[in-house]
Ligand binder design. Structure first.
Ligand SMILES: *Cc1c(COP(=O)(O)O)cnc(C)c1O
Length: 641
């Protein structure tokens, strides 16, 4: 491996956040491995070139189902190890929370791998449950239902039980219990042998998580029953003779839990609650510890909000050990541990690749040769002097002078004292001084803060052909970081500092925070754009939450999607799914393409009638308009690429 490649791997932190799935090959291209540190790999640049030949242009979401399966195995193995190490007498099963990514390919791949470990699904809405009911399942697996449930939802759950699933209705509100009891009576009145759903209770813990989703836990949480409410559920179940339905105790203290200490204390509280209920002679069998296992997006292994200070094995060890210790202390059987990890399983498998369409200029560039004469106003001549005589000793002072001169330039312009041409010259000279001051400042050992700000101001702004709102909504809404990396040229040292702008007409559609081992980077090291040559970036680890949370801002629709399998002979493109067309995106806001065609036709016909277009011109125009409905909502590649 060349020294430059080693350096770029470090620059982008691939080995910190990549979990062993990503690398760089000798050509300097990003590669994906089907499993942690596997010998097989696929070249992402080759995949994109291949797709382009088929007319599939970026942005493209690449889905690598093998990585999803890899995460399932990793998690299963971690718990298997812990269970063995601590002589734990219960088992471990996952239920994948569908809300994290309900995509059919994701759910199917998860079940394909997870079925052998009795992994099931978790649904939080009627739509999710509806899809879950039709999936194949193993006999032991659970189908856990969280979220608020009306009578229809509960009835659907009964249908699932009748179809043989181990459906668990987790009671979030007492009214859900009453509906369930009523339906149970109805079902057993018809046939006493009917398979009924199981019941769970979601407990509101005093313990809180850490990180952005801290509010999901603690006393003020939206979900969960208080201690008295749980006792009331038990009383009602005893009263109605249905206490045997209660099989599961659930809690979930938030997503992306960054701090293992908080997880342990929640685990302790929940295990204690389980034990106390168990001691009331209620055969609860499952302790559902929710989701929340974090993904180390920045690779720093810290409790920073885009990171986690633990790995899967440490997480499993702590969960298993704490539950075991508490249960032994309380002298109750060890429960089967149910886990609802979503983010951890699905984040890695999807990456969004897009092209940099262009660069946006902030610095005012000199478009024609600049000549300064005695006729130029003094403020312009002073800026010119500053530019000519700035050096490594005076750059700080000269930079401040230039800032003052610029103020003066605009004041004079607003007062009508200088011409548009003089203003133009002054701006060019000002930015020249800034660029030189920046160069001198960066050579120093300690860079003053104002020059850090200046660097940010001077850095390139790359126009990336995607919508932050569609494809990385958590970056916009929550400032969550995702690793971003070129998929090629990684054998060349990046020479530019840049931030990214997306193609929406929204000034929030930018990315100006990047992952870093010790901090958050305000700029990303990228390569210089070469004319006529495409430059591709990958937004990594976007497989959890981003797809379904993405929105239609500016009507940028879902991107093209390709499913990639990595085998002995490299990659195989298993499936290509076309992204949204203009027509698709418009239908979301209730425009009907056929109707738009009619309306446009009428407008053109009028022009023909008025003699402003010939029939031939009009027909051509109509035809053109109608074919555009099938176009991609994103920018087409630059003509010369
Ligand atoms: C969202 C959610 C999860 C998934 O959490 P992750 O952080 O993605 O693992 C699990 N359980 C419940 C109840 C949830 O609401």
């Amino acid at each position: 491996m060349s020294a430059v490649i080693e350096q770029t791997i470090e620059t982008y932190g691939i080995e910190n956040w990549g979990a062993g799935y990503f690398g760089v090959n000798r050509k300097g291209n990003l590669t994906v491995r089907p499993a942690e540190n596997d010998n097989l790999s696929a070249d992402v640049k080759e995949i994109i070139d291949d797709l382009k030949k088929r007319g599939i242009n970026p942005p493209i979401l690449l889905r690598f189902p093998q990585l999803l399966a890899g995460q399932v195995r990793k998690l299963q193995k971690a718990f298997k190890n812990s269970i063995k190490e601590f002589d734990y007498n219960g088992g471990h099963m996952c239920v994948y929370p569908m809300k994290v990514n309900q995509n059919r390919a994701v759910v199917e791949e998860y079940l394909r791998e997870g079925k052998r470990y009795n992994f099931g699904l978790e649904a939080g809405s009627k739509a999710e449950l509806y899809a879950a009911l039709a999936q194949e399942h193993s006999d032991e697996s659970l189908l856990v239902l969280n979220g608020f449930k009306d009578r229809d939802f509960i009835q659907l759950a009964f249908a699932g039980a009748q179809a043989g699933k181990n459906v668990v209705i987790v009671i979030e509100k007492l009214s859900e219990l009453e509906n369930t009891l009523k339906l149970a009576d109805e079902a057993t009145a018809e046939n006493p042998e009917t398979k009924l759903p199981l019941l769970g209770v979601r407990v509101k813990l005093y313990s809180k998580g850490s990180g952005k989703w801290e509010k999901s836990g603690g006393e003020a949480a939206k979900f969960g029953l208080t201690t008295t409410e749980i006792l009331e559920v038990i009383r009602r179940l005893n009263e109605t003779g249905r206490i045997d339905m209660l099989k599961l105790l659930h809690f979930h203290i938030g997503s992306q839990l960054t701090d293992i200490k908080r997880i342990k204390s929640a685990m302790r509280e929940a295990a204690r609650t389980y034990s106390k209920i168990r001691q009331m002679n209620i055969p609860i069998q499952y302790l559902d510890v929710g989701g929340g296992m974090a993904v180390d997006y920045d690779g720093s292994k810290t409790s920073f909000e885009s990171s986690a200070n633990y790995n899967a094995q440490e997480f499993a060890n702590d969960v298993v050990y704490v539950i075991k210790t508490v249960c032994d202390d309380e002298d109750v059987p060890h429960p089967t541990i149910i886990q609802e990890s979503g983010r951890y399983l699905s984040a890695y498998h999807a990456i969004l690749v897009t092209n940099i369409q262009d660069e946006i200029e902030t610095v005012v560039e000199n478009l024609t040769p600049l000549t300064i004469t005695v006729d130029d106003p003094p403020v312009v001549r002073e800026l010119h002097d500053l530019r000519e005589s700035i050096n490594g000793k005076n750059y700080g002072e000269y930079y401040h002078d230039a800032l003052e001169n610029r103020e003066e330039l605009f004041t004079m312009f607003n007062l009508g004292l200088i011409s548009l041409e003089a203003r133009g010259k002054g701006e060019v000279l000002f930015w020249d001084v800034c660029e030189r001051a920046d160069e001198f400042a960066q050579q120093k050992k300690y860079v003053a803060e104002e020059f850090d700000d200046l660097r940010r101001l001077l850095c390139a702004k790359y126009l990336a052909n995607f919508s932050v709102f569609r494809s990385m909504p958590d970056n916009w809404a929550l400032e969550q970081l995702f690793p971003i990396i070129p998929i090629h040229k990684l054998n060349k040292k990046p020479s530019e500092y840049a931030t990214l702008c997306d193609i929406t007409c929204d000034s929030d559609g930018i990315v100006d925070k990047f992952v870093d081992l010790h901090d958050v980077k305000p700029v990303l090291e990228l390569h210089k754009l070469e004319k006529g040559e495409p430059y591709y970036l990958a937004m990594m680890l976007v497989g959890a939450y981003q797809e379904v949370m993405g929105n239609n801002h500016n009507l940028f629709g879902v991107p093209h999607e390709a499913h990639i399998h990595i085998g002995e002979d490299g990659y195989i493109i298993r499936k290509v799914i076309q992204g949204a067309t203009l027509g698709d995106s418009l239908s979301v806001v209730r425009f009907d393409t056929a109707q738009l065609h009619d309306q446009f036709r009428r407008i053109v016909m009028q022009r023909i009638k008025d003699g402003e277009l010939t029939t031939k011109e009009g027909d051509k125009l109509i035809n053109y308009y109608e074919t555009q409905a099938d176009g991609y909502t994103y920018l087409s590649p630059n003509g010369d690429e």
